[in-house]
Design a protein around this ligand. Structure first.
Ligand SMILES: [Zn+2]
Length: 309
């Protein structure tokens, strides 16, 4: 049974950075956002984190052979149909209480379980990381008996998240032709509430959920990674964190299948908080998001009135 660290949270909350640092730990294999593997990689043959096209990446080729006898054997239409049927934010309450068509839930989770197990075998890693983020998918995977699921719930200040969603980012894996989605601040605020509530629900229903604040993770990446290693039952040796320097990390090549452009970064990555929003976000937007997200910002320990959190 594959041991999986699932990075969950609303987009732009820092999950890619957390994934990249986790991927540097020995015995950890970071896979990227597997939720997008079916379309973006199997169908569209986008680029792996190593730079190669998915079909040309040796790592993923071996994973596909082991998991399915080759990616060509995956019924991607079926995966999409199952995702449409069960992996929806509006189904989360029913998913959590087992009131969904459970055959379909388990069939859908089965595709992921096969990828995780094969990736663990091919890489030799004890833990694989899926940074898919989606709360509904975490609720689906929770029902699989073939996955040892441990969810890392990554929370970032809703105002920084909302500001980030207003900016335009090009997706380099499509060679600059496609831009990432943008949301208005009010839409971001509502989604931030919904996704974070969903991970709280997963924890209350007995899921293994460990919550981290992204700002805290950046303030003490060494301590945060030790905590996550403990959560994953992964023993760390003294020099396993040697890739972390003072305010930076040295990253090797990874095979992240899909996700944020940072997955292509190799070499020195500065680790600093992106607090641009505190100066650049229009006051009205900041107040709006602060008000809509107030109860949970407070619950997570974010100061509401301060200009900076
Ligand atoms: Zn690769």
């Amino acid at each position: 049974m594959a041991r999986v660290l699932y990075l969950g949270g609303f987009g732009r909350s820092g999950t890619t950075l957390v994934e990249r640092l986790l991927g540097e730990l020995p015995s950890v294999c970071a896979l990227g956002e597997i939720v997008h593997l079916w379309q973006r990689d199997i169908r569209d043959d986008e680029r792996c984190g190593c730079g190669a096209r998915f079909s040309a990446c040796t790592f993923w080729k071996r994973v596909g052979e082991r998991a399915f006898g080759g990616w060509g054997n995956v019924d991607v239409d079926r995966v999409h149909a199952l995702a449409d049927a069960v992996e929806r934010t509006r189904h989360i309450r029913r998913l959590a209480s087992g009131q969904m068509p459970m055959d379909e839930v388990r069939e859908y989770a089965g595709f992921y379980a096969k990828v995780y197990a094969a990736a663990a075998e091919v890489s030799g890693a004890a833990v694989v990381v899926d940074s898919s983020k989606h709360s509904a998918l975490a609720h689906v995977l929770q029902w699989s008996e073939d996955i040892d699921l441990r969810v890392v719930h990554v929370v970032r200040d809703a105002r920084g998240v909302a500001y980030s969603w207003t900016k335009t980012v090009t997706r380099p894996e499509t060679d600059g032709t496609d831009e990432m989605t943008r949301y208005s601040p009010s839409r971001s605020a509502l989604l931030w509430n919904a996704h974070n509530l969903a991970f709280g629900l997963l924890a209350r229903r007995g899921g293994a959920v460990h919550r981290i604040r992204y700002e805290q993770f950046l303030a003490d990446p060494r301590g945060a990674l030790r905590e996550l290693a403990t959560f994953a039952d992964l023993p760390l040796a003294a020099d396993d964190l040697a890739f972390l320097g003072d305010g930076h990390a040295d990253l090797g090549v990874g095979h992240s299948a899909a996700g944020n452009p940072m997955r292509f970064t190799v070499g020195r990555l500065p680790l600093r908080r992106d607090d641009t929003w505190t100066a650049a976000m229009p006051r009205g937007h900041r107040r709006l998001v602060g008000a809509v997200c107030a109860p949970m910002l407070r619950a997570y320990g974010y100061p509401l009135n301060a200009e900076q959190s």
